[in-house]
Design a protein around this ligand. Structure first.
Ligand code: NAP
Length: 338
């Protein structure tokens, strides 16, 4: 990995930020275990929260809600808010919420945990709307794919006495909306927490525990570091996928038909990534501008070098680059992240 690659240390080292990543625990602990009444063989924990409010109920929010419903120990009550009544009607049909509310202020009233799960570009307005209605002592968290922008947009609006714990579950698919979620989405995936310095440690631990119960492994990270890492592992690949699909679409009609016919030779994998939600990705690109542009510049330099190697028949360079790609793929498979 490159110079800024994260180093992991052993469990527990939370507190002051550093460039090092800290590992909580890859295995979900099982505190407060007791037997579930209707199914004596099943162990369950006490609910972490009395009322969890999800603002946004797409792929990520609805996966959390489904897990809450299935496990019973994330929250005693799950309240769901979305931008449109149509989505809330669908949520009622799907049956994973205890209550739906179109007004975000009403949705957060009395909640001890509020999770922002809309596109990151909507966070500032949502946070301004709900701030006066957040209960003292409540935890405000999020699932946004960019972290510096979320801290910039939401941080100043958080009332005193409310604990703000930014988070990002690094898991997803190209599908969106309340039908897209599923209970195993976060299994074996990382959730990155980026609490600002001085954040209440008990609140950080509760958010970590929520994600552990969703099946996630947890790490803490500085927000700027998070945004650089995600720029290379997620945002740049999406940018390349959207761009290559645009390039193919610009081809003359006869070539375009062949692109569709023979897509299985590589193009197909780009189209899967490119099928993602336009608003979500617009917001991610605009809210991780600097890191994304930096990674794009590095990529373009490397693409230029590859182009030179192809032009001048530098077989060794080409072979070396392909071999490095294979190695990365093998490592991902070994880490069960492929
Ligand atoms: P999604 O499936 O597109 O759903 C978005 C949800 O947000 C919908 O319920 C939508 O309500 C609501 N919403 C949209 N605009 C809103 C606004 N202006 N105000 C209030 N609510 C609004 O989204 P998602 O894929 O779950 O992503 C949600 C968040 O998770 C994003 O911040 C994203 O960066 C982050 N994330 C996504 C992934 C991924 O792979 N998808 C992975 C990790 C993190 P309506 O349906 O009523 O419009």
């Amino acid at each position: 990995m490159r110079a800024w690659a994260a180093k992991r240390t052993e469990a527990g080292g939370r507190g002051a930020h550093s460039r090092e990543l800290r590992l909580y625990s890859p295995l979900p602990p099982t505190p407060f275990l007791k037997e579930r009444g209707s199914n004596p063989g099943t162990l369950m924990s006490d609910p972490l929260f009395r009322r969890l409010t999800l603002l946004g109920i797409g792929l990520i929010g609805s996966s959390v809600a489904r897990i809450a419903r299935e496990r019973g120990d994330l929250a005693a009550e799950v309240v769901v808010n979305a931008r449109t009544q149509k989505t809330l009607d669908r949520v009622v049909q799907l049956g994973f919420a205890d209550r739906v509310e179109l007004d975000p202020a009403r949705a957060v009233a009395g909640a001890d945990c509020v999770m922002l799960a809309a596109p990151v570009g909507a966070f500032a307005e949502l946070a301004a709307h709900i701030a006066p209605h957040l209960a003292p002592g409540a935890i405000l968290t999020d699932v946004g794919s960019t972290k510096q922008s979320v801290i910039r947009d939401v941080g100043p609006l958080v009332p005193a006495g409310v604990h703000f714990v930014p988070a990002h579950p690094v898991a997803g698919t190209e599908y969106s909306g309340p039908d897209a979620g599923f209970t195993t989405l976060f299994q074996g995936r990382w959730t990155l927490l980026t609490p600002p310095p001085g954040t209440d440690e008990a609140a950080v631990e509760k958010v970590a525990e929520l994600w552990r119960r969703c099946g996630s492994m947890i790490e803490q990270m500085e927000p700027a570091h998070h945004d650089r890492v995600l720029a290379i592992v997620s945002h740049l690949p999406h940018l390349i996928a959207f761009t290559i699909c645009g390039t193919a679409d610009d081809l003359a009609d006869e070539s375009r038909q062949e692109v569709l016919n023979f897509a299985a030779s590589g193009f197909r994998d780009f189209t899967r990534i490119a099928a993602s939600d336009p608003v979500m990705w617009r917001d991610i690109f605009l809210n991780n501008r600097e890191a994304l542009l930096e990674m794009l510049a590095r990529f373009m330099e490397d693409a230029q070098a590859m182009s030179r190697a192809v032009r001048w028949g530098d077989a060794a360079y080409i072979e070396d680059m392909v071999e490095r790609g294979r190695k990365i793929r093998r490592s991902l498979i070994e880490l069960k992240q492929a």
